[in-house]
Design a protein around this ligand. Structure first.
Ligand code: BES
Ligand code: MN
Ligand code: ZN
Length: 492
């Protein structure tokens, strides 16, 4: 995120010097707290039918008499909840897009209470709209035009709430930016080695302790399943461990484990060519772990958090694993690899065994794990899998609060049947029915006795088509979850 944020308390919006003023209007009539200078123009616009006060409708006005900002965008946000405010702010940004706005002021009117969640929603939308991918595109602008975002508060109490939301929103937006930057990067610019370098850089910037395990160290741990996937690639694998300590050492950490397949060709069970480039996004889970570490550390949350990234390519070669091969995981359980394209679970299972040494309060893995999850939930909600009702409820609530929602899927033991193998303790696939659930059941076998949840972000981590690019999800969900843990364990 390239812009500064601030809250401006009280004072008329019309007198605030900005390049553009974005007014988000809740309700179906112009509210009384609307700026005096704006009221006549907007009343006329409503009368003439140019402004309709229905969620999503908008109007652009240039040089309104008595208003300092040259440009005014008005967007109706219906009920005015955080979700509507976020889409309204996004619509406003689209209206102002090509105008090189450097200083933007945003005001929300028509609500009894404007709070932290609204401020957070506005920063998220503005952060998304101004994000620029630059890593491999020299022709891209060197920076977004926007330099500052000012939220205009009507009262001092409101200003306080908005400030809190801004701080949190800005940290999440920074985390989302980092996640997008990493995930957007093509496979040849984002290898496991590059991810390790990025982890060290992040560690230096934020004061995290970072450990990077190379192939030798991974062999020593006995991660036969992770190594089996890595053996087909010329790029060496990395196990990256980032520690953030914000609470007493004795407090059990929350552990995040991210799938970091920097390119998933499918291996010997090679994928069809169409759209295969998008498999550079198969490290979206890892990217979200980086982004969350950044947001949480930036906010100095009073919590202990460990981020683990398990990074490799999945490639076909003379050394690659073959369908039918049996490997031994770090847990000692053997796995018959029936499909080399089901590699995510093969690397995550060893990471899930590894993190037990941290005696975590909870473990959450994040992975672009199955195409089946895209079919089930599309790009709206991530899949949430957990046998622990309390943990599932906390993650679901965090997703709702962050406007980064997930949906709980079942993990009944009956689904585990599909993983039976005649030649190993389990097979790595369970057939087409309930594909995202049997993938979760596979991981569940490596989390006995742990408070564990799995997020399948195959549908939510990136967008295809003309808007092709990483979304930075679920950094918002994860950050909210970790912050909620910080406040629930305060003083313990
Ligand atoms: N990375 C893919 C999952 C994926 C596919 C994410 C499409 C997003 C879009 C994963 O490694 C994979 O290939 N899964 C297989 C599993 C199957 C072989 C059981 C899949 O979903 O097809
Ligand atoms: Mn795959
Ligand atoms: Zn994959």
């Amino acid at each position: 995120m390239d812009f500064r944020t601030q809250v401006i308390a009280a004072g008329a919006a019309s007198r605030f010097a900005a390049d553009a003023l974005l007014v988000l209007v809740a309700g179906d009539a112009l509210p009384s707290e609307l700026d005096d200078a704006l009221t006549p123009a907007l009343k006329e616009a409503v009368r003439d039918g140019d402004l309709v006060l229905k969620s999503g409708k908008s109007l652009y006005l240039h040089r309104v008499v008595g208003v300092k900002a040259l440009r005014v965008a008005v967007v109706a946000v219906g009920p005015g909840d955080a979700k509507a405010v976020k889409s309204g702010a996004a619509a406003g940004m689209a209206l102002l897009k090509s105008q090189g706005v450097k200083h933007l002021a945003v005001q929300i009117v028509g609500l009894a209470t404007v709070g932290a969640s609204h401020a957070e929603a506005v920063v998220a939308a503005v952060g998304d709209a101004t994000y620029l991918y630059r890593a491999t595109k020299p022709s891209a602008p060197t920076a977004a035009a926007l330099q500052s975002l000012s939220l205009l508060a009507q009262t001092n109490d409101q200003a306080e709430a908005l400030s809190q939301g801004l701080v949190r929103g800005a940290a999440i937006a920074d985390g989302v930016c980092l996640a997008r930057d990493l995930a957007d990067r093509p496979g040849n610019h984002c290898t496991p080695t590059v991810l390790a370098t990025e982890a060290r850089r992040l560690g230096r910037a934020l004061g995290l302790k970072v450990e990077v395990l190379d192939r030798k160290a991974i062999e020593k741990l006995g991660m036969g399943s992770f190594l089996a996937v890595a053996q087909g690639s010329d790029e060496p694998p990395r196990l990256i461990v980032m520690h953030y300590q914000g609470a007493a050492k004795k407090q059990a950490p929350t552990v995040l484990v991210g799938k970091g397949v920097t390119f998933d060709s499918g291996g010997i069970s090679i994928k069809p060519g169409e759209g295969m480039d998008e498999m550079k996004f198969d490290m979206g889970g890892a990217a979200s772990v980086f982004g969350t570490m950044r947001a949480v550390a930036q906010l100095k949350a009073k919590v202990n958090l460990i981020g683990v990234v398990v990074a490799t390519e999945n490639m076909p070669s003379g050394k690659a694993i073959k369908p039918g091969d049996v490997v031994t995981s770090m847990s000692g359980q053997t796995i018959e690899i029936l499909n080399t394209d089901a590699e995510g679970r093969l690397i995550l299972c060893d990471a899930l065994t590894y993190v037990q040494r941290f005696k975590p309060a909870a473990v959450v893995d994040i992975a672009t794990l199955t195409g089946a999850c895209v079919i089930a939930l599309g790009g709206v909600r991530s899949g949430l899998f957990s046998g622990d009702d309390e943990l599932a409820a906390a993650l679901q609530a965090a997703g709702d609060a962050a406007l980064d929602p997930c949906w709980r899927m079942p993990v009944d033991e009956d689904y585990d049947e599909a993983l039976k193998s005649n030649f190993a303790d389990m097979a790595n696939i369970g057939g087409r029915p309930a594909g995202s659930i049997t993938a979760a059941m596979f991981l569940k076998r490596f989390t006995k006795g742990q408070r564990w949840a799995h997020l399948d972000i195959a549908g939510t981590a990136w967008k295809s088509g003309t808007a092709k690019g990483a979304t930075g999800r679920p950094v918002g969900l994860l950050t909210h979850y970790v912050l909620a843990r910080a406040s629930s364990t305060a003083g313990k």
